[in-house]
Each structure stands twice: as C-alpha cells, then as structure tokens.
Design a binder for this molecule. Structure first.
Ligand code: ADP
Ligand code: MG
Length: 353
C-alpha cells in the first residue's frame, strides 16, 4: 500500500513565498494523479515536498501509512523524474539507468541485469551503449523514466516529464506513459501545466492556483463542471464561453437572447453564464443565441466559429468540418440541454443548477 496523504501541508520559502498553502490531499494506492496549474502555482514545490527535497513548513506528508515529514528523501521510497531529465552526459544509457543501484552498491552484474530489463520494457533495448547526446528527446525522456523505476519505489513523481518534447512525440510519450503506469501499478503524481495532458492521463486531477487546490475531480468532472471560472478558463482546448447573464421571469437573459433558465435563482440575479463551444450547435430558427459569424478557425475535424452577438459579446461554438457557416451570415446557436453552467458573478464559484 502506498497511498500519499498531505494534511495541512505548507511550504514557505525563506523569502516568504508560500508556494504550498495548507493542502489536504489523499492520493490512492496505484492512482495516476495529476497536479495541473499555471506556471508558478506551486506544483514543483508540492512534488519536491512529497519527495523530501523541500522541507515542509507546516503539516505532514504520509506515504503508505508512515509519517515521512521528517524522513530523508533517500528513505521515502520515492522515484522522481525532473523536468530536464538530469541524465549524466558522460555515462551510457545502461550506466544512467543503473545509477541508483550503483549508489546503493549493488554488484555490477545485478546493475547490468536491471538496466537491460528496464530498458527492454521501455523500448530502449538497442540503445544501452549510447550516451544521452546520441539520443532523441523522446529516448532521453524514457531513459530518465527507466532510471526512476529501476529501483523499487512506492511512489513515482513526475515533474512535467513531457514538456521538452515536440508536439508529436509528446502524444506518443503520453500513451506510452499511461501504459507503463498501469503495468507498474505504481502510485504516480504527474505535474503539468498542460490541461490536455492531465485530462488524457490522470485518474484524478487537482487544479492548483497560488499554492491551493481550486478543484479536485476526475477529468470528466473537471471538464464538465468546472468548480469556478478560473478552472473553467483553464480546462479545455477551446476556452469556455463566459458571458454576463441575468435571471429573469422569462428565462436566462444572455448575449441579447433568452434561454430556458437552468436555475431557480431569484429574478434579476446577475450571473456569469458558462458554456463550452463543443456544447453549442447551430439551430436554424431554433431558440438560442443569435449572432453574426465573425471568424472561423479550422481545428481539423471541426472548426471554431466565433459569433458577434447584438450586445457585443463574442460566442464560440464548434461545428463539424464542411458545416461552417459563411463569414458575415447571421446564425443561431443553442446549448445542449444541461450544459449551461451558472457562476457567481462576484466569487466566480459554480452555482448549483
Ligand atoms: P510551478 O512548478 O507550479 O511552476 P513552483 O513550485 O516552481 O511552481 O513555484 C511556486 C512559487 O514558489 C513561485 O512563486 C516561485 O517563484 C516560488 N519559488 C520556487 N522555488 C523557489 C525557491 N527556491 N526560493 C524562493 N521561491 C521559490
Ligand atoms: Mg514547476
């Protein structure tokens, strides 16, 4: 059993920056857990505090059922892959992978055997005698992973391991990583600023901002019902529409239109209306938001169409390729039932609907 727990965990740097702020987290044994958030929100600090590379200022870190808060990093049974891989350039792939065993003074044949076995499982079999400089970015990334998993660890901590790869390789590495994690069954904390990566890989995602967790949930929950407008803005490859709206006795007034009201909030309540471009569809003559097509962006199998509405607000919706309306034409877009979210105008928090 290697669940990870933090209770009231804060990490404050000597300069006073509170990079992790009173976090309570429970990561289950074998879970693939993503820490997602913009640069500077404290992801790396939290990972390093779990690993013991940073000292917790308050609170506790528990791994398995042991309180590790005061334990040396070397005794936490934690494997970590850093963003820059940190491979040794003068060592071969085999020596890099076996390095943790060398440090632990395992005999040479044992080092070689583990290097060969781990390399094979990460498709690095033919590359054992090369040096990191003679490998592609994707191969270097796999060597760093191999080195991390070469010794038995209870927990795998990955700090933006795919961010140095180009877009194509990143997709391949992502699939590879997901398979490897399931095969190893190892509790994994994966740090990323890339929402698509977190959605694709994780069993659960914690969306972080300023050292705190804004939302914790499955990819489907975080995508489908963002807990506040910060998360709504952050998640999704096309940004969620967030428009000013008012609850009226006729329905929800938004962008110069009246939609069926998804709420029983009192009349005249001002809200922020959230609806994803993917959950809007063109409805000729139907009830919806009418606007003039101002731009069409090709996304591959779909296009992002932006409407300019009578009150000046902009509304994005995606349509299937070859179903794009003409620029300058007037169209009506209706949201899928149940897909309109209302947020508190002041706090940005999701209002139950
Ligand atoms: P992320 O990984 O999400 O980009 P970090 O954990 O690296 O965020 O940083 C969180 C905050 O802590 C930032 O404001 C950053 O400037 C600050 N910080 C990070 N490392 C140090 C350090 N060694 N000393 C002081 N402040 C730091
Ligand atoms: Mg970081």
């Amino acid at each position: 059993m290697a669940q990870i727990k933090t209770a009231g965990l804060s990490t404050v740097y000597p300069n006073g920056v509170r990079a992790v702020d009173a976090l309570d987290l429970e990561i289950a044994d074998g879970e693939f857990f993503a820490l997602l958030g913009p640069s500077g929100c404290g992801k790396t600090t939290l990972l390093r505090t779990i690993a013991g590379l940073e000292q917790a200022s308050e609170g506790t870190v528990t791994i398995g059922d042991k309180d590790m808060t005061a334990t040396d990093p070397g005794r936490r049974k934690v494997a970590m892959v850093f963003q820059d891989y940190a491979l040794f350039p003068h060592m071969t792939v085999a020596e890099n992978i076996a390095y943790p065993l060398k440090v632990r003074r395992h005999p040479k044949p044992r080092q070689r055997e583990v290097a060969e076995r781990t390399a094979a499982s990460l498709s690095l079999g033919g590359l054992l005698e090369r040096r990191p400089g003679q490998l592609s970015g994707g191969q270097q990334q796999r060597v760093a992973l191999a080195r991390a998993v070469a010794v038995d660890a209870d927990v795998l901590l990955l700090d933006e391991p795919l961010s140095n790869l180009d877009a194509r390789l990143r997709l391949e590495a992502r699939t590879f990583l997901k398979r490897l994690q399931k095969e190893l069954g190892i509790t994994t904390v994966f740090v990323t600023h890339d929402q698509a990566e977190a959605l694709a890989l994780a069993d659960r995602i914690a969306v972080m901002e300023s050292g705190r967790i804004r939302q914790l949930g499955t990819p489907r929950e975080v995508f489908g019902r963002p807990a506040d407008t910060f998360v709504a803005n952050f998640i999704g490859s096309t940004p969620m529409n967030l428009l000013d709206g008012t609850v009226t006795d006729r329905g929800l007034a938004v962008a110069g239109a009246i939609l069926p009201s998804p709420t029983d909030l009192p009349d005249n309540t001002m809200v922020t209306v959230g609806v994803r471009p993917e959950y809007l569809a063109l409805e000729p003559g139907g009830q919806g938001i009418t606007g003039t097509v101002s731009t069409v962006e090709n996304l591959g199998v779909s296009s992002l169409v932006t409407l300019e509405c009578p009150d000046g607000s902009l509304l994005g919706l995606t349509v299937r390729e070859q179903h794009e309306p003409a620029i300058g034409s007037e169209v009506t877009a209706a949201p899928d039932p149940g897909r309109v979210l209302l947020y508190d105008k002041e706090s940005g928090a999701l209002l139950s609907s």
